[in-house]
Ligand binder design. Structure first.
Ligand code: 87F
Length: 461
């Protein structure tokens, strides 16, 4: 999926992984266009003046900003930043473009790269210094419209994870500590990696309120001629989604690709014996391949003559291709093929006239089964607790912990301090939209104060 590179924290995305990005991009792009959001492209570079216009928001992030200071051997008169995100690039222009209520809503998206000079250990897809994303930036006349969009976009992110990548996520709202500090509130889809016992933020959809419109002076005149600040949102998902998928579905034999995002959904492998007419085998592979392609499936024939079939099986298993079709002389004789699933290695012989339908059905079954298995495992990783002792026990047991919480900033900071370990501290992942009952009199697991809501806690990436 990747190749290493000689700049630390940067990776080459090879066709095998980039194609997954393209599938997700095509889906999301079509969906946001249906909503009336338009694509555009803003520059990679940010002037120092624009970047620091909005001091509070940039302050905590400043160490991660990369700067261009030279052209050739000549020092630039003023250094130029590389975008870590595009608020400071886009919002000055929003202020220029938005005049009256007829200019609203303004709903833009861009597909681009961003650079954040992270100092934590880099990991392909999960934490890299340059990554790809889409960033949506929108402006509305009313908070209601902004609120509505936040939810709609978050639902698209859920679909990317659950319906494409077969990764279960929890939708919720971030705590005051964990939200994007520049905004009003942050909603999120949170995934969980059972092997490491850590949560991972999947994608975020923020309502910025009027914080940025105040700073960047983005006003509009309403139909009564009054000047008001616009309400804004921003939202993004990144190439991290691919890393989450890899960690969730991979097994000891390698990658397991959900059919909906697999570049190759079915690999056809001829299994020749000595003294068998190889051309006859190739004809049979071609015939099956054509049937599958006509049914809209993504197919690859591995007819390399310098590797034995067993070697090819392992190779495509490693690459994660969901379905393998083997064709040997006996199969040709019996007018059938053998199908082998990557998710559970179940084998079956399928008559030639049924290959297209059966392959399509199996791919659907594999997609559904991957999600079902991942969700069962994930659900077993959520532990509901009421006390500090049970919280610590569940955390040490590599679980996510659902606990009644007072929703105080100081208490979250305190929990962080008390759980600090080698693998980082526990924090709130989100407050799930779907809340269990909270009986009157329930107290916070950490502070003993009255609990306001259930929060999902865990160590995280
Ligand atoms: C790193 C350096 C400078 C995150 C940064 O989530 C600035 C930032 O603003 C920064 N890392 N952020 C927050 C990004 C917020 C927001 N931007 C638009 C999103 C969605 C897309």
């Amino acid at each position: 999926m990747i190749e290493y590179y000689d700049v630390s924290g940067c990776y080459i995305l090879r066709p095998w992984s980039y194609a997954i990005w393209e599938v997700l991009k095509d889906f999301f792009d079509a969906e946001i266009k249906k909503l009336g959001i338009q694509n555009s492209y803003f520059p990679l570079f940010v002037s120092e003046q624009a970047l620091t216009k909005e001091k509070d928001h940039i302050e905590g992030f400043a160490p991660e900003v990369a700067w261009v200071t030279k052209s050739g051997n000549t020092e630039l008169e003023v250094p130029i930043a590389i975008r870590p995100t595009s608020e400071t690039v886009m919002y000055p222009v929003f202020a220029k473009w938005i005049r009256g209520h007829r200019d609203l809503p303004l709903r833009l998206n861009q597909w681009c790269n961003v650079v954040r000079w992270e100092f934590k250990h880099p990991t392909p897809f999960i934490r890299s210094r340059e990554f790809l994303w889409q960033e949506g930036h929108t402006a509305f006349a009313t908070k209601e419209e902004a609120d509505e969009e936040v939810k709609i976009v978050l639902e698209l992110y859920r679909k990317i994870y659950e319906e494409y990548l077969a990764v279960p996520v929890v939708k919720g709202i971030k705590s005051e500590v964990e939200k994007f500090a520049g905004g009003l509130y942050t909603t999120t889809v949170e995934a969980f990696i059972p092997n490491t016992g850590r949560g991972i933020q999947g994608a975020t959809s923020h309502c910025l309120g009027q914080n940025f419109s105040k700073m960047f002076e983005i006003f509009f005149e309403d139909d009564k001629g009054e000047r008001s600040l616009v309400w804004q949102n921003s939202w993004a998902f990144t190439t991290r989604v691919i890393g989450v998928m890899v960690m969730i579905h991979g097994d000891d034999k390698g990658l397991v690709l959900p059919p909906k995002v697999a570049t190759v959904q079915v690999v056809i492998i001829p299994v020749p014996y000595k003294n068998v007419d190889f051309n006859q085998m190739l004809d049979a592979c071609n015939e099956v391949s054509q049937k599958l392609e006509s049914a809209g499936l993504r197919v690859k024939q591995d007819t390399r003559d310098n590797y034995p079939p067993g070697w090819k099986y392992s190779d495509w298993e490693l690459k994660g291709v969901p379905l393998r079709i083997e064709i040997g002389p006996k199969d040709i004789e019996n007018k059938q093929v053998r199908m082998v699933r990557r998710d559970n290695f179940e084998k079956e012989d399928v008559p030639l006239e049924k290959v297209a339908q059966r392959a399509a059905d199996l791919l659907d079954e594999i997609q559904a089964n991957l999600f079902k298995k991942a969700k069962e495992v994930r659900d077993l990783c959520i532990k509901k607790v009421f006390t500090w002792e049970d919280f610590i026990e569940a955390l040490n047991d590599k679980k996510m912990v659902l606990a009644p919480w007072c929703d105080d900033v100081e208490v979250e900071e305190d929990v962080k301090a008390r759980t600090k370990g080698d693998t980082g501290a526990a924090k709130t992942l989100c407050m799930p939209f779907e809340q269990p009952d909270l009986p009157d009199g329930t107290v916070c697991f950490a502070s003993g104060k009255p609990a306001k809501r259930w929060a999902l806690w865990g160590r995280s990436y």
